[in-house]
Design a protein around this ligand. Sequence first.
Ligand SMILES: [Zn+2]
Length: 415
Amino acid sequence: MQFEVLARCPTTRARVSKMTLAHGTTMLPTFMPVATQAAIKGLTAQQVEALGVTLILNNTYHLNLRPGIKVLQEAGGAHKFQGWKHNLLTDSGGFQLVSLSKFTKITEEGAMFASPFTGEPTMLTPEESISIQHAIGADIIMQLDDVVSSLTVGPRVEEASERSVRWLDRCIAHHKQSGRREVQNLFAIVQGGLSPELRDRCLDEMIKRKDEVAGYAIGGLSGGEEKDVFWRIIAQCAQRLPDDRPRYSMGIGFAEDLLVCVALGVDMADCVFPTRTARFGVALTFKGPLNLRLSKHAKSFEPIEADCPCPTCSSGVSRAALHHSVTLETATAHAITQHNIVFQARVMGGARDAIMETRFPEYLRTFFTNYFGDEGYPEWCVNALRSVGVDLLEGKPNAKVQKGDGVKWEYSDVA
Ligand SMILES: [Zn+2]
């Protein structure tokens, strides 16, 4: 991996960088769409490519179950299997084990789970996770970490954080002896729950291993914790992680979360939210999400967003037409999915341009004004951006601020 910081925001900790991997260059900050089963639901690899996306995420857990490693190896890796020419990141499989299987048992050796097909007990070790990711052939691979919900408290959080460091060492050793370090880049995952002390200890240990890892992820968040706690952990981790390594916030996809994370120094993020919510009929826009299933769109003859370059908006499909067919036609879900992927890319591309042109604070202020409009700014966003020198309320004595975690959007009842 070649990683080069090209520009820094003089006010916030945001930066623009260029990450070159075996399958091309990706400019950061970026949002990575999630292609769970080696396909973004509803779209072909060529369609995703045409939207300008250069880095996607595949789930190791799902690929390992189906089509399975043997098929992927015969195909020559996941890139060839899915016809994807650009960069690819795979997770370690650990998160799905914990979230999808209630029988998963974590031991020092690895994660023991019941195979969803045969029911047989199956062990995923750190070494095995790396071997599977080698067979998949992703450009960025993730360590197996010991994942606990961000709502877990007590000694289990400390145990998971410390075990994640030990498992990182096993992943490093296994990756090193594979001879694949030139083409596949291992990322560490910082754990430590919501405790600043545990996060610091995990950061200390993982930063010591800097020469052995290509980048760092911030894990263990986006699990229902309070947003005011979430951003403080992101800020702590992003500030301490080495400047010459990319920083990846896992499971972040709301536009306001993405921009706050970028301002705090994050370079990469992924989430199923933009594509999943599209399948429920919700289109993301710079004026907030639109639930196209609501009858108020039945006579709205404008596109989702007039200035959007996505295939859906630029072909002039009206909100009314989408509303009419959203529950009937899978093609409508695909049309909204394409729009939402382009929306995420525009939010992040706009951030990159603004950082390069030293106007990122203005970009943030404009975005938040348009996006939250009369609803009022979420208080946690105001607090987070103030911590890096941007005051959303400056010059706006009448601006509204929402307490708690922020707006309950139109998608909240359907997504
Ligand atoms: Zn569009």
